[in-house]
Design a protein around this ligand. Sequence first.
Ligand SMILES: NC(=O)c1ccc[n+]([C@@H]2O[C@H](COP(=O)([O-])OP(=O)(O)OC[C@H]3O[C@@H](n4cnc5c(N)ncnc54)[C@H](O)[C@@H]3O)[C@@H](O)[C@H]2O)c1
Length: 250
Amino acid sequence: MFSVNLKGKVALVTGAGRGIGKAIAQGFADCGARVAVNDIDSTSATLTTGILSGEANAYVADVRDSAAVEKMIDKVVADFGRLDILVNNAGVEPRASILEMSDADWHDAVSTNLDAAFYTSRSAGRIMRVRGEGAIINISSIAGHNIPIAMRSGYVASKAGLIGFTKECAREFAAYGIRVNAVCPGVIETEMTTHLRHNEAQMKKWLEDIPQGRLGIPEDVVGLVLFLSSDASRYLTGQAINIDGGKVML
Ligand SMILES: NC(=O)c1ccc[n+]([C@@H]2O[C@H](COP(=O)([O-])OP(=O)(O)OC[C@H]3O[C@@H](n4cnc5c(N)ncnc54)[C@H](O)[C@@H]3O)[C@@H](O)[C@H]2O)c1
């Protein structure tokens, strides 16, 4: 596994109770960072915290709730004394055609996948600005690069919006020494993609389009996030990088 030295750093990962977020939290801990594990689900947040090698705390909060996010970030700083890295990973993927999608599902996608990144970046940015350094990584998707996926309008729109927000945030926060980038995974084997992996016809089609010939696993995403969190990427900001076995080549 790719490794960087993050000793002394504090990283907050949203939606880290399972899947990609959990693997990212593990990656940070293995590199020496202290980790703030957020999830809306308290059981999974506690379980992730329990398996990390170093110091880690669970923070149960709904990232769609601006006040809850501000309170959580204040608590992280009160507990750890600083915040160096923020990973906006929590996400949802409601599936329905545009004609059938409810307002609630649309708003759930937009508020979880996009609004939350604004809330966390605003709170974390105010803290990082004081030290004059920081890294924010937004987990978007190849779907955010204008790659429509049937039945996912709220998801595709919010992930594209997240790439736009990443660039705007990078431009504004550069003055404070804070770098902001997006990571855009292809299909990764997590609970979010169970439905796809159980559909033989769809799987065959996806695999035909992936030059590396396999789906990703959560650990495949971790190295890029660690790189973007560390000084190894100090001249890199405002980018949205695909990590998808070569499926989408821009
Ligand atoms: N799995 C994929 O193929 C894939 C591909 C591209 C992008 N992504 C993105 O990666 C991120 C992680 O996806 P995953 O596959 O690990 O998903 P997952 O469904 O396995 O995990 C998502 C986690 O986020 C948490 N969460 C959901 N809503 C929340 C909220 N309001 N507040 C706090 N926590 C919340 C869930 O409880 C869960 O632990 C998402 O943003 C997703 O869109 C995933």
